[in-house]
Design a protein around this ligand. Structure first.
Ligand code: NAP
Length: 327
């Protein structure tokens, strides 16, 4: 089969299409013939060799990619054979390929009309957006939510889900007018350009000076640090990434006066320890999508052979929503 292989970390050019053996599903696994593979910011970090936790970085040589949509081609020895032939989305290892292996408990069957690329958004980015708001942010109806990088993959879904989960005000940040417009179209009440100094003041003004009850931040650096200036008393800031490649310095004493919380989120750790709840979240997201309450935004689809171009577009901050490879 064709796969995008990586023998060393480095620039996008280290991603090369090669011919490799089709993997064989073992116990508890299924083999999926992929139609679409999702590309995530985290894949870009793994390719650059700056993965968040060195012990979880892919071992080289590697095939990147953690999510696909396609058809079950074969089931492992102890997996019910009736899964074969079903259209599914799944968390996988080695997703940038014609075939990939998934643990059978992280495979979700798709409704007949579901679009493969849009459904892929319900995996890494959709599950993250949901758990950031519900498990980490502990969102309650009537609260205000600030979603940073709102036009990105996680951001586009978090804006919509904040609304579904009862937020009173959804505030979105993004770096360009086109991205800001997309956030507004997806349901943000207030849109702020966080590249302009003083952006946190705009967030404060839009919440009557109180600040946002929940802030989702994967930028880190100055944006993460300045987010504390517009976090409400008893508010929760969820840190889940470092797109800026700079950590935000937080001191516990900064949080004391207003009884605030900074908490962290990492999907990989949850996939390893709680696959049952993750499968439940995927099912809920697919239902919301079917009911028209959640939409995966797909504007960037690259052929498998152009995985390097997909990585370049993400690094250059040129994409919005879900980025996919078509296979
Ligand atoms: N902890 C977890 O389990 C987990 C799970 C999923 C994702 N993540 C993290 O969440 C972040 C978003 O992921 P995603 O898949 O939604 O990515 P994405 O679609 O590529 O969106 C990333 C967004 O980050 C913003 N950004 C700010 N500073 C940037 C910089 N210096 N370089 C590039 N982009 C920058 C860009 O929006 P603007 O141009 O509007 O600033 C961009 O749209 C990433 O940091 C990713 O690693 C973490």
């Amino acid at each position: 089969m064709k796969a995008v292989c990586m023998h060393e970390t480095g620039g996008p050019e280290v991603l090369r299409v090669e011919e490799v053996d089709v993997p064989v599903p073992g116990p508890g696994q299924v083999l999926i013939r992929a139609g679409v593979a999702g590309v995530n910011f985290t894949d870009v970090m793994a390719r650059q060799g700056v993965y968040i936790a060195a012990d979880s970085a892919p071992r080289l040589p590697a095939i990147l990619g953690t999510e696909v949509a396609g058809v079950v081609a074969a089931a492992g020895p102890d997996v019910p054979g009736e899964l074969a032939g079903r259209r599914v989305i799944a968390f996988v290892r080695g997703g940038y390929a014609e075939y990939a292996i998934a643990p059978s408990d992280l495979v979700a069957e798709l409704p007949p009309a579901a679009d493969l690329a849009e459904a892929t958004a319900c995996l890494v980015q959709g599950v993250s957006a949901w758990q950031l708001l519900s498990d980490c942010g502990r969102i309650e109806p009537g609260q205000s939510v600030l979603v940073h990088s709102a036009a990105g993959g996680v951001g586009t879904l978090a804006v919509q889900l904040a609304r579904v989960l009862g937020a009173s005000t959804v505030i979105a940040t993004a770096s360009t007018p086109a991205k800001q417009q997309l956030a507004a179209e997806l349901g943000a009440d207030v849109v702020v350009d966080y590249t302009v100094p003083g952006w946190a003041g705009e967030v404060l003004a839009s919440t009557g000076g109180r600040g946002a009850d929940i802030i989702l931040d994967a930028v880190g650096g100055d944006i993460g640090e300045q987010s504390l200036d517009c976090l409400a008393p008893f508010g929760r800031l969820v840190a889940y990434g470092v797109s800026s490649k700079r950590l935000a310095p937080f001191a516990g004493t900064q949080l004391m006066h207003k009884n605030q919380t900074v908490t962290g989120y990492w999907l990989t750790g949850r996939l390893a320890s709680d696959s049952r709840s993750i499968a439940g979240v995927v099912t809920s997201l697919l239902r919301l999508a079917q009911a028209g309450q959640l939409r995966g935004v797909v504007k960037h689809a690259f052929p498998l052979e152009d995985a390097a171009a997909a990585h370049r577009a993400i690094s250059d901050r040129l994409t919005v929503g879900k980025v996919v490879l078509t296979i």
